[in-house]
Design a protein around this ligand. Structure first.
Ligand SMILES: Cc1cc2nc3c(=O)[nH]c(=O)nc-3n(C[C@H](O)[C@H](O)[C@H](O)COP(=O)(O)OP(=O)(O)OC[C@H]3O[C@@H](n4cnc5c(N)ncnc54)[C@H](O)[C@@H]3O)c2cc1C
Length: 508
C-alpha cells in the first residue's frame, strides 16, 4: 500500500453540507403514496382563524409568518420527499413565548409541528396537513458555558456548527457531529437522538445530555435543565424527550457535556477489497488504536461513483470496492502518530487494506471527511432516494446491501451502502429516476423483514417520523408501543404535538 500524502485535484477546498444543499434535492413530492408511510386522514384539529392569528401576532409581533413564499421552505423536508400545507410559521425567541403558544393551541385544539433546522430524513420535521409550524430558529443563544466541567447550556435553536465554533474558542468540542451540522439545531438533534460521526467515541445523547427544558403540550414548562453529571433523584424524565421527535414536548433548552478539543487529530482514508477485510481492519483498529480511535466509517464503491459523478469529488486513492474513514483524536501527536503508523503497517503487511492516504492538516482532514459526509448530498442528485437507516450486528451490515441488490435486480438505479461501522449502523440507499411505487413495494417490507430476522433496528438514528411510523413493530414489541402510546396520551392528551408521526396509526 502507498500511504499517499498528496491529494489529486483540489479536494481540500471542498466544504461540508450547507443550507444550499436543499436546492439540490429531487423534485417529486406527494403525500399520497400507497404504502404504510402514507399519512392517515387529517385528524379533527381546528383550522387557524383570524382570531388565532391575532393572538399569535400579539405574542410574537413580526414573528408570525403567513406569507406563502416565506412558508414554502418550512413545508418541505430536506429530501423534498414530503410536503405539508402549514399556513402559519411561528418564530418564538423565549421559552415563555413557546409556553404561551402551546397553552393557546392546546386549548383551541390546534395541531403544532415543532421544527428545528429541517434536516430530518424521515418526514417528521414538516407538517402533514396544516399544522402550525413552531420553529426554534430564533432561540439561538448560548446561556452558559463552564470551562472547567465542559458543560454547555444553550437554547434549542442553536445551530450545531455554531456551537462547535463557539466551543473551539475555549478548546472544547461538541460531543456530536454530523453532515447536516451547518443547518441542524441542537434541539432537533436531541429530539431525534442524532447519532452521527462521533458516537463511537463520546456515546449517544442519552449519555451526554445532562438536562433539558421542555414545554409540554399544555404550555407547562418542565425545567429539568440540570448541569449535574450525577442525579439519581427518581426517574430521569429528560430521557423521555431524547428521541421523541417532537411528539411529547417542545425542547427549548439543552445542557450538554462537551469533551476537550483533541490536540492531535489524524484522518486516514483506506481501501479494502472485501467487506470481510474491512471488518478485520476494524478489529485491528480497535485493538491497536484503542483509546484514540474516534471514528470508523465506511462507504462502498457505488457511493464513490456518486461522489465523482454528481459532486465531482475525486477519489483520493485508487479504486476499491470499499473505503474506510478512520479518525484518531488524542492529546499527543507523537504518541498518536506512532500508534497510527504501527496500525497502518500491520494493516498493510497483513493485506487488509490495498491503498490509503493520511491527513493531519485541518483542510485535508475536512476533505477526506467530505468523502463520507457528502454521500447523502450526492444521492439527492442521483434521483428519488429511498433511505434506510438500519442497526445490525456489525458482521451482517453489508449483507443487506448485497441481498437488496440481488433482490431488486435492474429495477433500481443505484443501491448503495455506507455508514457508521463502529456503531453497527448501515445507511442503505436506493435510487430510481423518479418516485416509483413498484420499486417501493419491492423494497418494503423486504428490508424490514430482513432487519427483523437479524434482531436489528429499522431506525438506528433518524427516528420514525411520518415515513417509518407504521413499521415500528419490526423493532419494538407491541407492549412497548402500547406503553409509548400511554405516555403520549398522558403528556399530550389532545395529540396536538406532531400528529401522524413516530407512533403507528393503529397501535395493536
Ligand atoms: C446531509 C445530512 C446528514 C445527516 N447525518 C446524520 C447523521 O450522521 N446522524 C443522524 O442521526 N442524523 C443525520 N441526519 C439527519 C438529521 O440531520 C438529524 O436528524 C438532525 O438531528 C435533525 O435536526 P434538525 O434541527 O434539522 O431537526 P428537524 O429536521 O427540524 O426535526 C427533526 C424532528 O425533531 C423534531 N424537533 C425539532 N426540533 C425540536 C424541538 N426543539 N423540540 C421538539 N422536537 C423538535 C421535529 O418535529 C422532527 O420530528 C443527516 C441529515 C442530512 C441532511
Amino acid at each position: 500500500m502507498r500511504c499517499r500524502r498528496r491529494f489529486k485535484g483540489s479536494l481540500h477546498s471542498l466544504i461540508h453540507v450547507s443550507l444550499s444543499c436543499r436546492l439540490f434535492a429531487t423534485s417529486a413530492f406527494s403525500q399520497k403514496w400507497l404504502s404504510p408511510a402514507a399519512p392517515p386522514d387529517r385528524l379533527p384539529f381546528s383550522r387557524v382563524t383570524q382570531e388565532d392569528l391575532a393572538f399569535f401576532r400579539n405574542v410574537l409581533p413580526g414573528r408570525t409568518i403567513t406569507d406563502p413564499d416565506l412558508l414554502r421552505s418550512s413545508n418541505v423536508d430536506w429530501l423534498k420527499s414530503v410536503k405539508g400545507s402549514g399556513e402559519v410559521l411561528l418564530r418564538p425567541q423565549t421559552t415563555e413565548e413557546v409556553s404561551q403558544i402551546l397553552r393557546y393551541c392546546n386549548s383551541h385544539n390546534l395541531a403544532v409541528n415543532p421544527q428545528g433546522g429541517n434536516t430530518g430524513l424521515v418526514g417528521g420535521s414538516v407538517p402533514v396537513y396544516d399544522e402550525i409550524i413552531l420553529s426554534t430558529a430564533l432561540m439561538n443563544n448560548v446561556l452558559a458555558f463552564d470551562s472547567i466541567s465542559g458543560i454547555l447550556t444553550c437554547q434549542a435553536g442553536c445551530v450545531l456548527e455554531n456551537l462547535s465554533h463557539y466551543l473551539e474558542e475555549s478548546d472544547y468540542i461538541m460531543p456530536l457531529d454530523l453532515g447536516a451540522k451547518g443547518s441542524c439545531h441542537i434541539g432537533g438533534n436531541v429530539a431525534t437522538n442524532a447519532g452521527g460521526l462521533r458516537l463511537l467515541r463520546y456515546g449517544s445523547l442519552h449519555g451526554t445530555v445532562l438536562g433539558l427544558e421542555v414545554v409540554l403540550a399544555d404550555g407547562r414548562v418542565l425545567d429539568c435543565l440540570a448541569t449535574l453529571r450525577k442525579d439519581n433523584t427518581g426517574y430521569d424524565l429528560k430521557q423521555l424527550f431524547i428521541g421523541s421527535e417532537g411528539t411529547l414536548g417542545v425542547i427549548t433548552a439543552v445542557s450538554i457535556l462537551c469533551p476537550r478539543k483533541p490536540k492531535s487529530v489524524n484522518v486516514v482514508f483506506l481501501g479494502c477489497e472485501t467487506f470481510e477485510q474491512l471488518l478485520k481492519t476494524f478489529q485491528l483498529c480497535k485493538g491497536m488504536l484503542g483509546e484514540i480511535l474516534s471514528a470508523f466509517e465506511f462507504l462502498d464503491s457505488e457511493c464513490m461513483t456518486l461522489l465523482n459523478t454528481h459532486l465531482k469529488l475525486p477519489n483520493p486513492i485508487s479504486d476499491c470496492p470499499f473505503y474506510v474513514v478512520i479518525e484518531t483524536s488524542g492529546s499527543d501527536q507523537t504518541h498518536d502518530g506512532e500508534k497510527l503508523h504501527n496500525f497502518l503497517e500491520e494493516a498493510m503487511s497483513s493485506l487488509l487494506v490495498t491503498d490509503g492516504t493520511v491527513a493531519t492538516e485541518e483542510s485535508k482532514i475536512k476533505a477526506l471527511w467530505s468523502m463520507r459526509e457528502r454521500v447523502t448530498e450526492a444521492l439527492t442528485h442521483d434521483g428519488f432516494t429511498y433511505k434506510y437507516d438500519i442497526s445490525l450486528p456489525v458482521e451482517r451490515i453489508y449483507q443487506l446491501v448485497t441481498d437488496m441488490r440481488q433482490h431488486l435486480g435492474d429495477r433500481a438505479k443505484s443501491v448503495v451502502g455506507y455508514g457508521h461501522v463502529g456503531d453497527g449502523n448501515l445507511h442503505l440507499n436506493i435510487t430510481s429516476p423518479a418516485k416509483d411505487p413498484a420499486l417501493l413495494a419491492a423494497i418494503e417490507p423486504f428490508v424490514y423483514e430482513w432487519t427483523a430476522s437479524c434482531k436489528g433496528s429499522i431506525s438506528a438514528e433518524h427516528g420514525l417520523g411520518l415515513k417509518k411510523r407504521n413499521y415500528i413493530y419490526y423493532s419494538k414489541p407491541s407492549q412497548a408501543v402500547a406503553l409509548m402510546s400511554d405516555i403520549k396520551a398522558m403528556l399530550d392528551p389532545k395529540g396536538i404535538l406532531n400528529p401522524y408521526k413516530t407512533l403507528p396509526d393503529n397501535p395493536k
